[in-house]
Design a binder for this molecule. Structure first.
Ligand SMILES: Cc1cc2nc3c(=O)[nH]c(=O)nc-3n(C[C@H](O)[C@H](O)[C@H](O)COP(=O)(O)OP(=O)(O)OC[C@H]3O[C@@H](n4cnc5c(N)ncnc54)[C@H](O)[C@@H]3O)c2cc1C
Length: 310
């Protein structure tokens, strides 16, 4: 009997990306892939084999209901692997459905295959410095690392519908409020000048701002400057727990280069750094480095840039 793999997400776009991961797995293990969506999303999903779960309430926006619906539908279909998109809601769906089915779960996987009754995959460890080979027995639930598989185009297949009936959520949405839009777009920035704890006072951030504006770049920072000192809003914080950036040039100023910070900048085309400690780990991650006092280097750079402009 061939293996049954479900590709699931509350977002049709992400479901179509997960479907690509499932298809790669299917070609190695001879599996049958079903793309599972919620509510009325059939026309937005890829693949020949679709399953749309519908209930008395909209399901897609509630990880609790999505997990209930998946657990309900799994009882008959008994998928061997449920692959879920690694979105914020997707991770919650995966955790909830794992508990409901009494099975096991791994998150943020890529290079997924099946062998000897187990799901095998790769997973970043230590903020992306290592790749771990992992394996969990079937049946299982797993989330697929975002952006590792190309999303498949939607197909015309109507698929099957399953009514999951009346699901009653324990959590109730009281209000939905827009997060205030920030002024920086670090994700799209081509050049970022980023400040670390080498900057001694909040007022000294003027040096960073001046350099960023002279270079037409955006301002970023290490976590202590936003989370601990509150000198910059959270949206400037780059790293494992902040934003991941991929500019053409990332200029780290007074940043030591701990792995939690480097995890967010490693996809930059060029990393350059200014640090007065020649053994600072940021130099290992950098293409160019200046060993020097930022309070001497930045004014010199600004002077030179301004002179070139006039
Ligand atoms: C679970 C967890 C998640 C985390 N997530 C993140 C994250 O997402 N992003 C993040 O940034 N951090 C994160 N951190 C914190 C991280 O471990 C480091 O503590 C932080 O990145 C250090 O910030 P920093 O480099 O600015 O400061 P420091 O480590 O204090 O480094 C300051 C650097 O400035 C240099 N310096 C000092 N004076 C000068 C000068 N005058 N001129 C030039 N250089 C100078 C020093 O030599 C030093 O290298 C996380 C930590 C944990 C535990």
């Amino acid at each position: 009997m061939s293996l049954k793999v479900w590709a699931v997400s509350e977002s049709p776009d992400v479901a179509n990306e997960v479907a690509a991961a499932a298809a790669a797995l299917a070609s190695s293990a001879g599996a049958r892939v079903t793309v599972v969506g919620f509510d009325g999303t059939a026309s937005m999903l890829t693949g020949d084999d679709k399953l749309i779960l519908k209930g008395a309430l909209p399901i897609a926006g509630s990880p609790e209901l999505a997990a209930e619906a998946l657990a309900f539908a799994s009882k008959d279909a008994k998928p061997d692997v449920i692959l879920v998109g690694s979105t914020r809601n997707g991770k919650e769906i995966a955790a909830r459905v794992t508990v409901k089915l009494g099975t096991s779960c791994m998150t943020d996987l890529f290079g997924i295959s099946v062998a000897e009754g187990a799901l095998r995959a790769k997973r970043n460890a230590f903020a992306g410095r290592l790749i771990a080979d992992v394996s969990i027995p079937l049946p299982c639930v797993a989330t697929v690392k975002a952006g590792t598989y190309a999303s498949q185009p939607p197909s015309a297949a109507a698929g099957a519908q399953k009514d999951v009936g009346v699901l009653s959520p324990k959590a109730r949405l009281i209000e939905r409020r827009e997060k205030p839009k920030g002024t920086v777009d670090l994700k799209g920035a081509k050049l970022i000048v980023s400040a670390g704890r080498g900057v001694k006072k909040k007022e000294d951030l003027a040096l960073i701002n001046d350099l960023a504006s002279e270079l037409d770049g955006a301002v970023g920072c290490s976590r202590p400057l936003s989370s601990d000192m509150g000198w910059l809003p959270e949206e400037h914080h780059i790293g494992l727990t902040g934003i991941s950036v991929h500019p053409d040039l990332y200029l780290a100023v007074g940043i030591s280069g701990q792995l939690q910070h480097v995890a967010g900048i490693k996809d930059s085309k060029i990393i350059a750094s200014i640090n007065n400690d020649k053994s600072a780990p940021i130099f290992e991650a950098s293409d160019y480095g200046v060993v020097g006092d930022l309070y001497a280097v930045l004014p010199a750079m600004l002077k030179e840039l301004k002179a070139r402009r006039h």
